[in-house]
Design a protein around this ligand. Sequence first.
Ligand code: GAR
Length: 202
Amino acid sequence: MMHTTTIQKKIAVFASGAGSNTEKIIIYFASHPSISISLIVSNKANAGVLKIAATYSINTLLIEKEKFFTQNAYTDELKNLGIDFIVLAGFLWRIPKKLIEAYSNKIINIHPALLPKYGGKGMYGHYVHEAVIDAKEKESGITIHYVDEQYDHGNIITQIKCSVAENDTPDSLAEKIHQLEHQFFPSTIEKCLMEQKDSLTL
Ligand code: GAR
């Protein structure tokens, strides 16, 4: 008789900030049959996302700059924990080559604008929305993409647009963008993982 055993995929979410996306991701996968959120990684000891991790009893890893950029980039720790896939949800450090090589095509990021516009170093959170409003853009949106060694640069998985009204402010645009992120990021992560998924036939 053939049995198909589903291999569990373990995700680590990297985040530096409040963690609203991380919370939506945790909730979305809470009872998923083959994908689990196993670890929350942060570079900020006081990040809101660490409180969210505690609320949902998810393990955390606080990372240090020197080890991340000049030593092993925590690849051994992540591999030892069995992490298969990395999601950047408001993580503000560039990802070093060592980690990209260890997780080739297995790291994705969300950016709060329509890349390649309004991306790159220093373009995060509020700065992005201020730049979009200053440029009087008629639309903005979100980009979910694979991560390479340059900020906001790898292959694009999906983009979802929203309109920018004349009376929008950076705050009101941020709110619209967050809603899009919350609505589309978890299911896009799931799709990426399902496409890469192995199943073991016994
Ligand atoms: C999100 O809007 C995400 O797109 C952005 O940080 C925010 C994190 O919000 N990421 C970047 O700007 C990356 N360049 P959250 O902490 O509430 O999830």
